[in-house]
Design a protein around this ligand. Structure first.
Ligand code: AMP
Length: 635
């Protein structure tokens, strides 16, 4: 039996979902009202509106759902639609077809729904990935040693800075083979794109004669390896990573270029009030900054006395009053030597700007990172307004510094005068097993090994005080220096020790940070620090080609990892290995046969990064709320 037009109509109405269903019912009801006056089919229809058989209801429901699928973009063909409405077909067939079609439509709808959900999910995942990528990019950007302006404008430099300095012609005309031979002869390892040729004397570097005479008067007659390669590299405007042990002459390698650049600038157009600096040297400790400042000031004075343009040098460290240097600030200055804390403070207070600063040197960059100055350095970088030449000096080359350099230096030349982490070969290293309780008495005996001056290192402030007290009691002229001493106390200690009034300096790690105590005969490590500190500490002796002695006390309290590192270091430096060290076996070396590479963090050969005692130490410090001072150190 063919359904009436009204039923078909009603079915048609029903197809658009529940709202439509209500509407169709209403229409159907109206129809019903009309039908009470009418023909036979009206009766049927009337009844059918009151009672719809289950099969029919099922069909209608299926059709409704199928319609849903369609309204969801089912894409069913018009003929299918027609069939679903039952137009022009047998109702039984229609029912079957309807069910079948509805099923297909349902599957279709479900698949459609699943696809849409998957699409949404995918785009959700894509969104998340995008977000993560942005965070990473932002992080990398923040990590990048770049100024805010550069980051904001997306400026990144690809070419090194140009300078007017050129090497003499005969140097420029040297072949690569000749340069390689010279490097080998002088134990210089230089890496990078178009490495400038090394120069083996100061005169050929075009350094002003009065400066050469001054250096000679200080016993500096021939450049050290780091200077031979580092100076031409810096003079040429190239970024550089200098890996050099303390005492290698690195201070001069970054001081001379900024002096030369300042001379040139001052000659072109003298600096006036509020101008400068042209170059900046950032050091991890006040003592180191002061020392570098003194060296620069002396060179500036020599030049000024010889009729060269005046160079202004500013010291910007914690613990001193900046008013003292008011005249330098007022006159305009070319060079600032600073510790990160005070420098940031001055920049934030706009006491001076980095608008024309084109030269940056980070001295002892590894120490800087260790002492928690990483963020401060990044912040300082944000004050730059233009491209600068960056020089990074470090005795060791931990991974963090490598990353740091990779992100911030432009085509850097890596100059290495000794494997990063290796110690100066001019030091005789003696490692002695001394029981904890016997240390103090043995120290006294140890002091007899050489003439003064002697430095005794301990990593504990209280121990430093105890040792000094003990030595004073025994009649030894000793001074002490550590992070809790006031600036005056520190300066007094350094002055009296340097001038020879005092024979022994007892110091915590802070005093080892590049302090230039020339002539030190003997370094005693009262406790064995981590390998990196060990290299720095023993580096106080054996400077400028002189031989020095380093004695280190170890005992069962010493970290085994560190002992293994020490063993390798001694082997590398061709030193005597005491039997108790020789007996320590390295599980990694068993059957390896190959060459061991240093730990990426501290350069120690006796372990891999995951066992690095320095990392562990840093963690402990952080957990204990280790607080850094402005170069004062928390040691
Ligand atoms: P540094 O590695 O910069 O801490 O320098 C260590 C010491 O070596 C300083 O006292 C310098 O005076 C000295 N020095 C620097 N360059 C030379 C050189 N070319 N010849 C001899 N001594 C030098």
């Amino acid at each position: 039996m063919a359904p009436s037009a009204d039923t078909a109509n009603a079915s048609n109405h029903i197809q658009t979902g529940s709202v439509a269903t209500k509407r169709s019912r209403r229409i159907a009801d109206e129809d019903t009202e009309m039908m009470t006056y009418g023909d036979t089919s009206e009766e049927e229809d009337y009844d059918s509106k009151r009672y719809i058989p289950a099969a029919k209801r099922r069909q209608m429901e299926l059709q409704r759902i199928a319609g849903l699928g369609k309204s969801n973009g089912d894409g069913a063909s018009a003929s299918t639609q027609k069939r679903q409405t039952g137009e022009g077909s047998d109702p039984e067939d229609n029912e079957d077809v309807g069910v079948r079609q509805s099923k297909t439509a349902l599957l279709h709808a479900a698949r459609e729904l699943r696809e849409r959900e998957a699409k949404e999910k995918k785009s959700e995942a894509e969104k998340q990935a995008e977000e993560e990528r942005k965070i990473l990019e932002a992080h990398a950007a923040r990590r990048k040693l770049a100024s805010d302006m550069e980051l904001a404008k997306g400026i990144s430099y690809t070419e090194p800075i140009k300078t007017s300095w050129t090497a003499p012609r005969f140097v420029r005309e040297r072949t690569e083979e000749e340069n390689a031979r010279l490097r080998e002869e002088n134990h210089v390892d230089a890496d990078g794109l178009h490495v400038p040729p090394l120069i083996t004397n100061f005169r050929d570097m075009k350094i002003p004669a009065p400066l050469i005479a001054y250096l000679e008067s200080k016993g500096i007659k021939k450049p050290t390896p780091i200077q031979m390669q580092g100076l031409p590299t810096a003079f040429a405007g190239r970024d550089m990573i200098g890996i050099a042990f303390t005492g290698s002459g690195k201070t001069l390698a970054f001081s001379l270029p900024i002096v030369m650049f300042s001379l040139e600038e001052q000659k072109k157009l003298p600096y006036i009030r509020g101008e400068g600096p042209l170059g900046m040297i950032v050091c991890p400790s006040r003592e180191l900054a002061r020392q570098t400042f003194d060296g620069l000031k002396a060179m500036a004075e020599v030049l000024a006395q010889s009729g060269y343009p005046e160079i202004g040098v500013l010291l910007c460290i914690g613990g001193i009053s900046m008013a003292e240097q008011g005249h330098t600030l007022n006159k305009g200055f070319h060079i600032v030597v600073a510790t990160p804390g005070r420098l940031q403070d001055m920049l934030e207070k706009k006491k001076f700007t980095l608008e024309c600063c084109k030269y940056l040197c980070l001295d002892e960059a590894d120490r800087m990172i260790d002492m928690g100055f990483e963020e401060d350095v990044r912040n300082i970088m944000s004050f730059f307004k233009q491209q600068r030449q960056t020089l990074l000096f470090s005795a060791t080359m931990p991974k963090k510094i490598q990353d740091f350099a990779e992100q911030s230096l432009i085509q850097p030349v890596v100059v290495n005068v000794g494997r990063a982490g290796a110690a100066n070969l001019d030091i005789i290293q003696e490692v002695e097993y001394v029981k904890q309780e016997a240390k103090m008495v043995y120290l006294l005996e140890c002091l007899q090994k050489t003439a003064p001056p002697v430095v005794v290192f301990s990593d504990n402030k209280n121990e430093v005080d105890d040792i000094q007290e003990y030595l004073l009691l025994k009649g030894v002229e000793a001074v002490a220096i550590h992070g809790s001493k006031t600036q005056d106390e520190r300066e007094y200690a350094i002055k009296s020790f340097k001038s020879g009034k005092k024979d022994v300096m007892v110091a915590s790690g802070v005093a080892s940070k590049g302090l230039d105590f020339n002539e030190i005969q003997h370094v005693i490590n009262y406790t064995m620090p981590n390998l990196e500190d060990y290299v720095h500490q023993i580096g106080r002796t054996g400077r400028s080609g002189k031989t020095g002695i380093a004695t280190t006390f170890v005992n069962m309290n010493t970290n085994e990892q560190t002992l293994l590192d020490l063993k390798y270091l001694l082997m590398e430096a061709k030193q005597r290995i005491p039997p108790f060290l020789a007996a320590i076996e390295d599980p990694r070396a068993m059957g390896a046969g190959g060459k061991l590479t240093g730990c990426a963090v501290c350069g120690g050969l006796g372990h891999s990064v995951k066992d690095c005692p320095k990392l562990e130490e840093n963690q402990k410090r952080q957990t204990a709320g280790f607080s850094r001072g402005d170069g004062g150190g928390g040691y």
